[in-house]
Write a protein that binds this ligand. Structure first.
Ligand code: 7GP
Length: 836
């Protein structure tokens, strides 16, 4: 339908085009207008949540105008776009970020004050957008920020879950999950009821022969669900560029079957159908680094991928270009294997619906996609059963078999008579039932495959994807080390430090070019600068101490060493190593005389993170942390020497408080298991040091900041296999200090011994897969080195400042530029600076 306004009427449009607020008065006018009309309230009835709503709407209006202009500019430029497909976008709060990126926070602060509100309280009203589990989802959010800030034409595509990651409550020391219904009021999304796609499931395939004698496949029957687009504007920092995150919501396809049922009196079941359709986008699966293979999850994946591709293809077809130019216009990045069906769906569109020949279509497909791997953990590698795909997506299964056939034929030609190789690389695993290996499909269907840190990218090439390096050659496999956005993770989370750096270096260029941070190294000996730096860290610790007090009731001393481990709870991340270490410290303190004790470093051990609801071991770890806290925090012998707290419901907005307040943070995964880690980068960027293993991005962080500024310990990745083997087949002796810790737990010092038995026997009786005992001694020693180092506050401060100054590499701007140049082949669109 042609919806464009004819030229004679456009003059009227231009005359009345609005431009959002420009100054404090304009901002206040917009807030009052939204309170009184949009919200139907008044000054007699305006609480903080109404002030939040109206402020957000005022900023949203501005954003959407820039969003429109950005889209027009991109359409007009007609250059290549990136589409980032991710099942998770862990966005956190939007208002503070929008105010800072647009550069109008001071204006809003003054305006809100005149209207009777403190901006901090207003910001706090917002519910986190928690559409992700952990690192993978937060990375996608940082990428969106960088893509917009660097003026790249890019869209994110995801699902609009009604329930994000669950809210975690700690009751009697145990995790309890509460649904996170977050959409009651969400001013940051625009429903596009006119942008819908019908998505088909089930049914069967009919073949016909056309007039040219060519066989055509028709996917027919089954059921249809409607995808409705919800758009979220993504503001760039100090640029008018505002990109789009399009989230799909599922709805019953209009009419047909429900009306039929309605007419036949079967109203209830027609409502049930409706609800079944809405279930598809209802809930985010709460697993991090674990795949459960549930049918509804596969439905989510296809629903989202099919709607997104329809949208992308529709946009391309408007340009009337020939199909072979598709990869010149479109780059699609697969955030892990969750969107791998997009490869199959595009092939289906091209051959079944657009009539292309297989080879021509496949060439387009493979030149369009790139695939990022985020883990080597076997339990996280996606596989879908052939019968399930057959049932849900019968045509797609045929295409997968054809892709595999042609792929194996090409391998056969290159490596004749190697049946074992064919079996190893087959996209179909010959198990009972047969399984589709999604990572293999993603590799075969993409032109580039990347890992997320150097070690990780090397590991995938030498282990899980080794054969594919032999087949495709090494150039298809590459590394793009993760990054984080300095806007949210420095400027927003740590405004005072950001301000100090700006004041000291005379510019805030580091926010758009993080390498500029190296300028502060010149000031590392400046006493005034050092004093202010230390004061900021202390203030951040006071702020965290307040959060700890309100959330746990425990009083902590802000001058103690804050030792933080916040991340998803997982055996490979080894929170159990940390808490065993805490118990060891407690026992050591208990054994000391009061005089000796007084010489010890005060510490607060801070834990936070969610366990997947079905991950029993992870839940036992949470319980142990809380039980240890209960004993230690109430032991009069110990007092402020050691406190142990578990902060419930760790999320992005709590991270913004926790990260700037840490002295030491823990990144202690078994070597070779953490693909990258990104919170390690956030902590160092905020002037905290880290204790870590030689794993993921810790290695590159060490290279950048210098090995004197990081506390590394533990076995190396190349030693892990042998150690595991020795545990199982040789004699396995447990570290004696760790054994004492176990004995104390078994005595019942921390309550019910039964609960913790599994944590102990995993180490003692079941091969200690994560090498807790092997690394225990080095861990304890390193923690005591940290105590010593912390006593020398001046030297410690020097380490912190020096580290921050060398963190430029870990900006997601650097990371996105690498993707753009080496994988996507896209270019930034120049923008005319207005008042930014
Ligand atoms: C995570 C990795 O565990 C983490 O090391 C990395 O920093 C992050 O991705 C971003 O690359 N992986 C996941 O969150 C995950 O669930 C399996 O991966 C799909």
């Amino acid at each position: 339908v042609e919806a464009s306004i004819p030229e004679p009427q456009r003059e009227a449009w231009r005359k009345h085009q609005v431009d959002g607020f420009q100054d404090k008065d304009g901002f206040e006018r917009e807030v009052v207008r939204h309170v009184e009309t949009t919200l139907a309230r008044s000054m007699f009835n305006c609480d903080e949540s109404a002030a939040y709503a109206a402020t957000s709407l005022a900023f949203r209006d501005r954003l959407i105008l820039e969003w429109n202009r950005t889209q027009q500019r991109q359409t007009f430029a007609d250059s290549k776009r990136l589409y980032y497909l991710s099942l998770e976008f862990l966005m956190g709060r939007a208002l503070d970020n929008a105010m800072l990126n647009i550069g109008r926070k001071d204006m809003a602060k003054a305006g809100l004050a005149e209207l009777g509100f403190r901006i901090e309280d207003v910001i706090q009203q917002e519910h986190d957008a928690a559409l992700g589990n952990g690192g993978l989802g937060r990375l996608a959010a940082c990428f969106l920020d960088s893509l917009a800030s660097l003026n790249y034409p890019a869209w994110g595509y995801g699902l609009r879950y009604r329930y994000g990651i669950f809210k975690q409550e700690i009751i009697d020391g145990y995790q309890v999950e509460v649904p996170d219904y977050w959409l009651d009021f969400n001013p940051w999304e625009f429903p596009r009821h006119d942008v819908t796609v019908d998505i088909q499931f089930y049914g069967g395939v009919r073949k016909s022969v056309n007039s040219n004698g060519k066989t055509i496949s028709h996917w027919e029957g089954g059921e249809v669900v409607k995808a409705v687009a919800y758009d979220v504007p993504i503001p760039g920092y100090m640029t008018p560029s505002t990109n789009n995150l399009r989230l799909w919501s599922s709805k019953a396809a209009s009419g047909e079957f429900d009306f039929q049922k309605f007419n036949s009196g079967d109203y209830e079941s027609s409502v049930a159908d409706q609800q079944r359709a809405e279930t598809i986008s209802a809930v985010l699966y709460p697993n991090d680094n674990l795949e459960r293979g549930k049918e509804l999850r596969l439905k989510q994946q296809y629903f989202w991928v099919a709607a997104s591709l329809y949208d992308i293809v529709r946009r391309f077809k408007k340009s009337k270009r020939p199909w072979r130019e598709f990869p010149d216009q479109v780059a699609i990045q697969l955030n892990d294997t969750h969107p791998t069906l997009a490869i199959v769906e595009l092939q289906r569109i091209l051959i079944d619906l657009e009539g292309l020949e297989w080879d021509e279509a496949w060439n387009i497909v493979t030149n369009t996609f790139g695939y990022t791997n985020h883990t080597v953990l076997p339990e996280a590698l996606e596989k879908w059963s052939v019968p399930l795909i057959q049932h849900l997506l019968p045509r797609h299964l045929q295409i997968i078999y054809d892709i595999n056939l042609f792929f194996l034929q090409s391998v056969e030609r290159k490596f004749p008579d190697n049946r074992e190789l064919l079996g190893r690389v087959s996209i179909i695993e010959e198990s009972q039932p047969k399984m589709v290996r999604m990572a293999f499909l993603a590799i075969v269907g993409s032109h580039k495959v990347n890992g997320v840190a150097e070690l990780h990218s090397d590991l995938i090439k030498t282990t899980i994807f080794k054969d594919f390096v032999t087949i495709f050659g090494p150039d298809k496999f590459t590394n793009v080390t993760n990054g984080i956005t300095p806007r949210r993770w420095l400027h927003q989370a740590n405004p005072r430090l950001s301000e100090l750096i700006t004041k000291t270096t005379g510019t805030n260029d580091f926010l758009t070019d993080l390498d500029e941070l190296n300028k502060i190294e010149l000031h590392v000996d400046d006493p005034e600068f050092r004093k202010e730096w230390a004061a900021i860290k202390h203030a951040n610790k006071v702020r965290l101490a307040e959060l700890i007090k309100t959330s746990t009731g425990v009083t902590v001393d802000p001058s103690a060493l804050f030792d933080v481990q916040v991340k998803r709870i997982h055996e490979y991340k080894r929170q159990q190593l940390n808490i065993f270490g805490v118990i060891h410290r407690y026992l050591t303190l208990k054994a000391m005389s009061p005089e000796e004790r007084r010489k010890q470093q005060k510490r607060v051990s801070i834990f936070g993170g969610k366990a997947a609801p079905g991950y029993w071991m992870a839940k036992q770890i949470i319980h142990l942390v809380n039980s240890v806290g209960n004993v230690v925090n109430n032991d009069a012998d110990i007092g402020d020497l050691l406190k142990v707290v578990f902060l419930e419901d760790y999320n992005v907005s709590k991270a913004e408080i926790i990260v700037p307040a840490s002295d030491i943070s823990e990144h202690i995964s078994t070597a070779g298991t953490e693909a990258s880690g990104t919170s390690n980068m956030k902590f160092v960027l905020n002037g905290g040091l880290i204790i870590g293993t030689c794993d993921g991005a810790n290695i590159e962080i060490t290279r950048e900041i210098g090995e004197n500024n990081i506390f590394l310990f533990g076995n190396l990745a190349e030693e892990v296999d042998d150690l595991r083997h020795a545990h199982t087949y040789g004699s396995h002796t447990i570290d004696p200090d760790l054994n004492k810790v176990f004995q104390e737990i078994e005595k019942g010092t921390f309550g019910s011994t039964q609960d913790f038995a599994a944590l102990i026997s995993a180490v003692r009786d079941h091969g200690d897969y994560y090498l807790v005992s092997d690394d225990f001694h080095a861990y304890i020693e390193t923690q005591s080195l940290i105590d010593d180092a912390y006593r020398n506050q001046e030297e410690w401060l020097t380490k912190c400042i020096t580290s921050v100054s060398r963190m430029g590499f870990f900006s997601s701007d650097r990371c996105i530029t690498e993707y753009a140049d080496t994988i996507w082949n896209i270019e930034a669109l120049p923008v005319v600076d207005r008042e930014y």
